[in-house]
Design a protein around this ligand. Structure first.
Ligand SMILES: CC(C)(COP(=O)(O)OP(=O)(O)OC[C@H]1O[C@@H](n2cnc3c(N)ncnc32)[C@H](O)[C@@H]1OP(=O)(O)O)[C@@H](O)C(=O)NCCC(=O)NCCS
Length: 331
C-alpha cells in the first residue's frame, strides 16, 4: 500500500507581551506607524519574555498540535525544528524540544534556510514518511525568536521582526495529503539580510563586537522589494502544476507574512482573489520561519479549510531561500 503524509494537527504560540507601532514610535522617536500599516500591514507584534528561549516557543506551539493530532510526545518518530534563531549555535534546538516534550523515541535535527525553513521542513518530513515505514508521526515546528537579535535603534528591522512559533504533526496515511514541493534559492543574496556575527565568518570576539556590535539581524544591502512579487507567481504555478492541479483548484494560498502588498500583488498575478489567502502580520508582526504554520493554524481556527481543499504554502527567507508545497486537507 502506498504511504502518504497528511497534516494531522496544527498549533501556534505567541508570547504575551504586545508591542504596538505607537510604542515603537515613542522608543525610536520616529513616525514609522503609518508606513508600516500602509506598506507591510504590521500594526503590532509580540515579544518574548527575557526568560524565554526559542525551544520554549517551539514547545508551546507543539503541545496543541500534538493534542489535535490525538497523539502524545512519546508517539513522535522525528522532531524537526525550523529556525534561524536557535537556542545555541550547537547543539540543535530540536534536542532541547525533545527533552522538554519528553519525546524519548524521536530523532531530532534543526533545519535552517532562514524564513523558508518550515516549508522546507515539511517537505523533508513528508518524504521521510513516504519513503520509510519507521516514520509515522513527525513534528515540524517553526520557531522564531528574532527580537533576541534586534538592534532597537534600527528602524528597518526593529519595526518588522517579532517572536512566535507554529507547528504541525505530519502523519503517515493511505490517503494523499502532501502532493508536491519545490525548493529554490538565489544564493547571491546570502550577504544581504541576516545575522552576520557569531559564526565562522565573523566570530563573536570582543574585538568584533566592539567593531560591529553584538550579533544582530541587519539589512547589509538592499533585499529587492520586488523579489517576491517577481518570483512567487512562477514558483506557485510550478509547484501547483507539479501536483497535477490548476490554480483554480486551490482553496487557500499562504505566503511568508512580511509584506501584505506583496501577497496581494502575487494573487493578482495568479488571477486569484484576495479572499483565498489569510494574513497574520497585522496582529503578530513578522515571525519568519514560524509565520506560515502560525498563519495555517489561524486559518484552520477561522474555518478556512475543509476536508478535500487544496492548500499552497509559499515561503521566502534570507539567503535568498524559497520553498513551496501543496497539500490536500484531510481533516
Ligand atoms: C523590507 C521591505 C518591507 C522594505 O520596503 P521598501 O519599499 O523596499 O523600503 P526601502 O528600504 O526602499 O525604504 C524606503 C522608505 O520606506 C520607509 N521604510 C522602509 N522600511 C521601513 C521600516 N521597516 N519601518 C518604517 N519605515 C520604513 C523609509 O521611509 C524608507 O526611506 P528612508 O530609508 O529614506 O528613511 C521590502 O523591501 C520587502 O518587503 N522586502 C522583501 C523581504 C522579504 O521577503 N524577505 C524574506 C523574509 S526575511
Amino acid at each position: 500500500m502506498a504511504r502518504y503524509a497528511t497534516i494531522a494537527g496544527t498549533g501556534h504560540y505567541v508570547p504575551e507581551r504586545v508591542l504596538t507601532n505607537a510604542e515603537l514610535e515613542q522608543q525610536l522617536g520616529l513616525a514609522i506607524g503609518d508606513w508600516l500599516v500602509a506598506n507591510v500591514g504590521i500594526e503590532q507584534r509580540h515579544v518574548m519574555a527575557a526568560e524565554q528561549t526559542t525551544s520554549d516557543l517551539a514547545v508551546a506551539a507543539a503541545r496543541p498540535a500534538l493534542r489535535r493530532a490525538g497523539i502524545g510526545a512519546g508517539d513522535l518518530d522525528l522532531i524537526i525544528v525550523a529556525t534561524d534563531t536557535p537556542d545555541y549555535l550547537s547543539p540543535a534546538t530540536a534536542s532541547v524540544v525533545q527533552a522538554k516534550l519528553g519525546a524519548e523515541r524521536a530523532g531530532t535535527y534543526d533545519l535552517n534556510c532562514a524564513c523558508a525553513s518550515w516549508v522546507a521542513g515539511i517537505d523533508a518530513a513528508c518524504k521521510y514518511i513516504a519513503a520509510d515505514p519507521d516514520y509515522n508521526n513527525i513534528l515540524v515546528v517553526g520557531a522564531y525568536a528574532m527580537t533576541r537579535f534586534i538592534d532597537w535603534t534600527d528602524k528597518y528591522t526593529c519595526t518588522l521582526f517579532a517572536d512566535g512559533a507554529g507547528a504541525a504533526v505530519l502523519r503517515a496515511s493511505s490517503e494523499p495529503g502532501f502532493l508536491a514541493a519545490r525548493l529554490q534559492a538565489c544564493g547571491d543574496y546570502h550577504d544581504a539580510l541576516g545575522i552576520y556575527t557569531g559564526g565562522t565568518f565573523r566570530p563573536a570576539t570582543a574585538a568584533s563586537i566592539d567593531q560591529f556590535g553584538p550579533p544582530h539581524v541587519q539589512f547589509v544591502r538592499k533585499f529587492p522589494a520586488s523579489f517576491n512579487t517577481e518570483r512567487w507567481p512562477a514558483l506557485v504555478r510550478d509547484v501547483v502544476a507539479k501536483a497535477g492541479l490548476a490554480l483554480d483548484d486551490v482553496a487557500l494560498f499562504l505566503f511568508t507574512q512580511l509584506n501584505r502588498r506583496t501577497i496581494a500583488d502575487t494573487l493578482t498575478a495568479l488571477g486569484q482573489p484576495l479572499s483565498k489567502t489569510h494574513c497574520i502580520m497585522h496582529k503578530w508582526g513578522y515571525t519568519g520561519a514560524a509565520c506560515i504554520p502560525m498563519a495555517l493554524d489561524d486559518a484552520v481556527a477561522a474555518g478556512k479549510l475543509k476536508r478535500g481543499d487544496q492548500l499552497v504554502l509559499c515561503a521566502s527567507g534570507g539567503g535568498i531561500a524559497m520553498a513551496a508545497a501543496v497539500f490536500r486537507w484531510t481533516l
